[in-house]
Design a protein. Structure first.
Length: 713
């Protein structure tokens, strides 16, 4: 039974004043810009750098690559890091409540203007890399980037970079003069190009037809030169490149096209990040309307990174924008995704982005956009808002959804909705960390509750623009009292009266109405809200955020292993930093006990790695299978499932790099460790192991490797 107490008004005012006087640099640990692992208390604002603000005309491209009017949306328009700095310093972002920005990939891109079907195209978007260790001069210099980091951090804003290690730039196998031939440079030194690729830096398997996951990983994404992550030069280069950006002070990474890179390599990449300077990382795995993917969930739960929550995005577009589903479908998505994602609070929610039509498509009805913003900002996950949404930007698919922002007005209703709700993620842990429960529902109305300890937020949305809803029989966790709408009636919400036992008085929710009511109180029993990163090796430091830990060191448990004393490097009421103990690799539950011995809730699915990781390609020949049977890999380390068939790696692939009856898979394994392994066949619950002795292999200490064996009958 958790115990709570309510701050007195005087004490609350004193605390609020003290925090305001301390300023951003001394914010509470879980909300501070210094916390690079936890974004639960943040609101992300996605900025397409070239389309935001031109702060330095001197770095604009010249000639046919540039259109200062931004009429041709396939050319550079002039936006740069100085422009973002200016909007940070003038208060536009902080005034909206934004506490994190996600900017375009900052690396040097190709300079060629590519003509596709008579239309010129440039790398304004940042996704046609040529050198991952240099900056795109159209955005700015390294000094400009450092100034951006400094300006953002001074306002307690985190900086996330887009990072696209799947590919370089468009290339043609038989036309080496096309564009820049996909050439890859290492801080100015040419490593190689797509044509005449004697070092095997790229895949040369044609373009993907998206028919299978394997097809998407080992074939080119459209005409982009697809990097070969099984090549040690590529592997080392990309890991060194991300370390460079981490050293420059970034706070997060958005990984492009994670569905199109080997999963094992990406896990080794995340191990590199988490064992070096861990930052919140989320990947892009596109899901279509009504698509629910077990592979997507598995990746989010086991790769060491979170994902952009396309399942969330597609459903809210159906319900609020397209009217092809109702509130019951929305409830089903929230409940299903909460089960399927081990850390649903770390998935990045959004309503649109640069790869899909903008949400807003009807200038006569802005309320839909305003409602969906309120829903996203008060839901589980980390909300991301696409630049210009607050200005009601519309637009179809790429590049129409990437226009220059038309205004920096701070008076739009959408801007005001974000301004009023974004701060709740820092002030009310129910919004940042809480569970979600439906409290009242019909086809058009959803009232849901977020709760963390005794902290509560109750949100009501009526998407019907013509008919008000009479709400009767509403039960809540709010204590008895009267509650004002946090939005102040901005979306026609009303106040709420709650009686004894949480029974709300009957009320009418206006047509198109949205209201948010909340209650906050201190938490005195240790309660974990977030752990990050969720995957690292023994000795690495992780951050545990929550409430009620107390001021005196207690104990952190990894399973049954207790960590105390100097291995806990920081202990505050809202945050603990602890070194992972020397336990065997595997998945552990984490819990906290305060100095009085009171235990917290359990935070599960934490993976302790055996050690530093490298990516190894395991290949088995002559593994014939029956219809419906697949080949898997198991071995003597936790990364290979510790011989447990249920945790084996796979199913392995057999179509692109090698063909049936040869099977292969790229796997993250402990660097420098001698590993025993075997392959097995699975069909339903039937498992058939290969015969003979265990295969033995010593993984390299760095780079990549391939181990090729024959199936043992």
């Amino acid at each position: 039974m958790k115990k709570f107490y309510k701050l007195t008004t005087a004490l609350a005012l004193s605390l609020s004043l003290a925090l305001s006087l301390l300023g951003p640099a001394h914010a509470a640990p879980d909300t501070s810009v210094s916390n690079k692992q936890n974004f639960s208390t943040d609101v992300i604002y996605q900025i397409f750098t070239d389309r935001f603000s031109d702060g330095n005309a001197a770095n604009n491209p010249t000639g046919p690559a540039f259109d200062g009017t931004c009429t041709n949306l396939r050319l550079y328009c002039g936006g740069d890091w100085q422009g973002i700095i200016n909007k940070i310093n003038d208060g536009y972002l902080t005034g909206m409540g934004v506490t994190a920005i996600w900017i375009s990939q900052p690396v040097e891109n190709i300079y060629s203007v590519i003509n596709y079907s008579g239309v010129n195209n440039t790398a304004y978007h940042g996704y046609w890399a040529r050198d991952f260790k240099k900056t795109n001069p159209a955005y700015g210099t390294i000094a400009d980037f450092q100034n951006l980091i400094a300006a953002a951090h001074a306002k307690n804003i985190k900086v996330i970079i887009d990072f696209a290690p799947n590919h370089t730039s468009p290339a043609s196998s038989d036309q080496p003069s096309f564009a820049e031939n996909g050439k890859l440079y290492n801080n100015g030194t040419l490593l190689g190009g797509y044509t005449g690729d004697t070092q095997n830096l790229f895949h040369h398997n044609g373009g993907t037809d998206f028919s299978t996951t394997e097809n998407g990983i080992y074939k080119n994404l459209y005409d982009l030169a697809d990097l070969n992550h099984n090549n040690s030069t590529v592997d080392t280069y990309l890991k060194d490149a991300i370390k460079m950006w981490l050293d420059l002070g970034i706070d997060g990474i958005r990984m492009d096209a994670v569905k199109h890179m080997p999963f094992g390599w990406q896990k080794s990449f995340m191990a590199t990040v988490n064992n070096y300077k861990p930052v919140f990382t989320f990947g892009e795995w596109f899901l279509g309307v009504n698509e629910v993917s077990a592979e997507n969930h598995k990746f989010a739960n086991e790769s060491g990174m979170s994902l952009l929550d396309f399942r969330f995005a597609q459903k809210v577009r159906q319900v609020f924008r397209d009217n092809t589903d109702n509130m019951y479908g929305l409830k089903s998505m929230l409940e299903g995704s909460s089960t399927d994602y081990a850390q649903v609070e770390d998935q990045v929610t959004f309503i649109d982005n640069h790869d899909m039509e903008r949400f807003h498509n009807n200038s006569a009805n802005r309320r839909k956009l305003e409602q969906v913003l309120a829903f996203t900002l008060t839901s589980r996950g980390v909300p991301a808002i696409y630049y210009g949404t607050e200005q009601y930007m519309s637009g179809g698919n790429d590049p129409d959804n990437r226009a220059r922002i038309p205004s920096f007005s701070t008076t739009t209703t959408a801007y005001q909705v974000i301004k009023k709700l974004a701060p709740l993620r820092k002030s009310n842990p129910a919004i940042a960390y809480g569970t979600t429960q439906e409290r009242w529902i019909n086809n058009d109305v959803l009232i849901y509750e977020r709760k963390f300890g005794s902290n509560v937020a109750l949100i009501a949305v009526n998407r019907n623009m013509n008919t008000p809803a009479t709400i009767t029989g509403l039960a809540t966790s709010l204590p008895a009292g009267s509650y004002a709408d946090v939005l102040g009636g901005l979306l026609n919400g009303n106040s709420l009266t709650v009686g004894t036992g949480g029974a709300a008085s009957n009320f009418t929710l206006a047509a198109g109405g949205t209201a948010v009511w909340q209650y906050t109180t201190a938490v005195t029993s240790p309660t974990i809200g977030h752990v990050g990163p969720m995957m690292a090796k023994p000795g690495a430091t992780i951050t545990i955020d929550g409430r009620g830990f107390g001021a005196t060191k207690g104990t952190v448990y990894f399973g049954s292993t207790a960590v105390t004393g100097t291995n806990i490097t920081a202990w505050e009421d809202t945050q603990i930093k602890v070194k992972i103990p020397a336990v065997a690799g595997g998945v552990y539950n984490i819990k906290v006990a305060n100095s009085a011995g009171t235990s917290s809730n359990v935070h599960d699915n934490f993976e302790v790695l055996t050690g530093d990781q490298v990516s190894v390609r395991f290949v088995v020949n002559n593994a014939t299978t029956a219809l419906g049977q697949n080949v898997y890999l198991a071995g003597s380390v936790s990364e290979l499932g510790n011989w447990d068939p249920a945790k084996a790696i796979g199913p392995l692939y057999n179509q692109v790099i090698y063909q049936y009856p040869t099977w292969y898979y790229d796997v993250s394994v402990p660097a420098g460790k001698t590993i025993e392994f075997k392959f097995l066949k699975k069909q339903g619950s039937t498992v058939t192991w290969e015969g003979g002795s265990n295969h033995t292999f010593t993984a390299p200490t760095s780079g990549t490797a391939t181990i090729n064996v024959n199936w043992q009958p």
